[in-house]
Write a protein that binds this ligand. Sequence first.
Ligand code: KG4
Ligand code: ZN
Length: 361
Amino acid sequence: MRILGIESSCDETAAAIVEDGDTLLSNVVRTQIDIHKVYGGVVPEVAARSHIEVVNAVIDQALTDARLTWKDIDGIAVTYAPGLLGSLLIGTLSARTIALQKNIPLYPIHHVEAHVYANFITKQAEHLSLSLPKEQPKFPMLALIASGGHSQLVLFKDHGDYTLLGQTQDDAVGEAFDKVAKILGLPYPGGPSIAEAATKGDPKAYQLPKAKLQGAYDFSFSGLKTAVLRAVQHEVGVDTSFPSFELSARLNDVQRANFAASFQHTAIETLVDKAEKAFHDYSPASVVIAGGVAANQELRTQLQERLPLPIEYAPMQLCTDNGAMIATLGCFYAERMQPISPLSLEVQPSLSMTQTAWHTS
Ligand code: KG4
Ligand code: ZN
């Protein structure tokens, strides 16, 4: 079975084709990072307009790269939740139109659930050269999902059968990377730029707190972000009334690198502490990480040091938003679920992954 995946929930317009839930035939990602960089974050209206401009070309490219035509496609999987309303509308409208025109079954995919499925891609067409895991993860599977919008620990018993163990009570971890980068004067998106600056810094230079929460597997990152802000104010000798957007100009490169390294170390250790606890409590057969922050090398290193099983990581390109993860989940979904009518598919900007159709059915 060959599924075309379409993703447009935030600032990447992406399409990919996956065969049988494990083989990537093409993977096209058009990012809007350069457009949003000047604003220091994603501007929803601008994102939606950019998706409209490129979505058809991105889908055509996915078919061309895979050397396929529409009659080779058995289903279309599209992100319908969660994400920016305007952005979701463009991807779903394209998917619905094609499904209707070409009479191809259409499958609604939850973006956060799909991030986990980047880990199921183990084979690829010759023209792609990603460094892929050798085997698909086994169930029960513990997934640490860490992205710009989500931070959660999920225990998968099977495809579509999972329990949310815990999640962030405030900011997502990627959001904290992005906000701390702003404080430090590092470019958007904050994750990669903090990781880069951190390579030159000392992770023990500043003592930053880890949040203590009621839920054993819950997270909180808003206090950590504020702790960085206070520490920067203290370091440059100003009080809380000083405008935060002017703070970074007072930091020198050594201080900036030390703050980046100290923040990254604490944020990542917070994720790994909870993942380690869940691992010991539930003894999963495999552990995967997913979402944009899964591209973080420090997370990969710390997790492997703390967990007693070998972890295979998806390539960085499949951790941040892409169509391949949508198509892969689409393959498993299509095996078990009926397609949705192109006329009735509606976007759900803030739907939790515990409320997806196949989970509750
Ligand atoms: O999954 P994703 O591409 O989009 C969402 O669904 O949110 O995640 C984007 C987030 C951003 O907050 C970005 O700063 C973060 O992932 N990110 C990273 C790294 N690469 C991207 N965070 C830490 N280290 C990285 N190397
Ligand atoms: Zn994402």
